[in-house]
Design a protein around this ligand. Structure first.
Ligand SMILES: Nc1nc2c(ncn2[C@@H]2O[C@H](COP(=O)(O)OP(=O)(O)O)[C@@H](O)[C@H]2O)c(=O)[nH]1
Ligand SMILES: [Mg+2]
Length: 305
């Protein structure tokens, strides 16, 4: 049998499983009682895995309460409690992307290098496989290589791309793409954007302009604004979420490079502290390494042996 999707997810999360869940298991398996010292060590492990201070404190408070209520004495039972509580946090903050507009316009934003272009390439591949008509917009006009990179993905996925030359106005590219998508009957438009600029214009000012201009090409566009965050940047991801949310009203988060970090606890911090749903996760560089974020499956993969 070919390797199942679940086992691929498990592979993608193996560093976090080692750096986080296995540490918790080692802790609880070698203790005879649940005491303050154990809670303190658990706190250290959670913070070390980038779960974030606030979320860690909340999680521990809930676990302490459950331990009291259920009169739990055996430390080994704490792993299951932790799993339950993490699942509860994540469940509230997940949501899928639905192609319910014609075309559905998805703007992808984030700082440089987080994986925006790669995510668009992976999404293009997925939608194409589903039989959707996809159009890409090369809205990162910062340098020619960024446009070329998107073209490579467009070629691989066999989808169309709208591009201008490097240095062109990103808002104009996005506008043209939406107009083209409407006339060609596309199902989805994926708009790439820059994570940095040549001009002194603030990136946030620029992105909100691109977004506004899209609304002129199609009412209510963009229908989704996905913020891409690199899981390996840890707590920085939280401050980026704050800044981008203020500028462009994020509808969802894509968390990339989970395969490259032992600190995947950042997923929990984002879900519990940011109030934006995590829609997709990246667990590798290939087209099939982008997955819908399914909280139950995620927690199962993370805690699986
Ligand atoms: N391991 C891994 N690498 C990724 C993932 N997503 C993106 N990358 C890599 O991150 C680098 C930057 O990606 P890119 O899409 O160019 O970022 P952008 O500047 O935001 O457009 C590339 O080398 C990608 O292959 C992921 O989920 N896992
Ligand atoms: Mg890019």
């Amino acid at each position: 049998m070919v390797k199942g999707l679940f086992s691929k997810l498990k592979d993608g999360l193996s560093k976090t499983r080692k750096g986080f869940v296995e540490k918790v298991e080692n802790l609880v398996n070698f203790r005879t009682q649940i005491d303050e010292e154990l809670y303190e060590e658990l706190e250290e492990i959670l913070i070390g895995a980038d779960v974030g201070v606030t979320t860690t404190m909340n999680l521990l408070e809930r676990i302490r309460k459950l331990v009291r209520e259920r009169k739990i004495k055996d430390p080994k039972e704490l792993t299951e409690l932790l799993k339950e509580e993490i699942a509860a946090i994540l469940k509230d903050e997940s949501d899928d992307i639905v192609l319910n507009q014609e075309p559905k316009v998805i703007m992808v934003v984030g700082v440089n290098g987080v994986g925006k272009t790669t995510t668009i390439g992976k999404l293009a591949h997925r939608f194409q496989e589903e039989g959707k008509k996809v159009l890409l917009a090369a809205g990162d006009t910062f340098r020619a290589a960024a446009i070329d990179q998107l073209e490579v993905w467009a070629g691989r996925a066999n989808v169309e791309i709208i591009k201008h030359s490097a240095g062109a106005d990103a808002a104009a590219v996005a506008y043209d793409a939406i107009v083209a998508a409407k006339s060609r009957g596309a199902d989805v438009v994926l708009v790439d954007t820059a994570g940095r600029l040549h001009t002194k214009t603030n990136l946030m000012t620029e992105l909100s302009k691109v977004k506004r201009v899209m609304g002129k090409a199609m009412e209510d566009a963009p229908h989704e604004v996905l913020l891409v965050l690199d899981a390996t940047t840890g707590q920085n991801a939280l401050s980026q979420t704050k800044i981008f949310t203020e500028a462009v009203d994020i509808t969802g988060v894509v968390l990339t490079k989970l395969d490259g970090t032992a600190k995947g606890g950042i997923v929990i911090a984002i879900a519990s502290e940011m109030g934006v749903p995590i829609k997709l996760i990246g667990v590798g560089e290939k087209a099939e390494d982008l997955r819908d974020f399914d909280p139950e499956e995620f927690v199962e993969a993370l805690f699986s042996k």
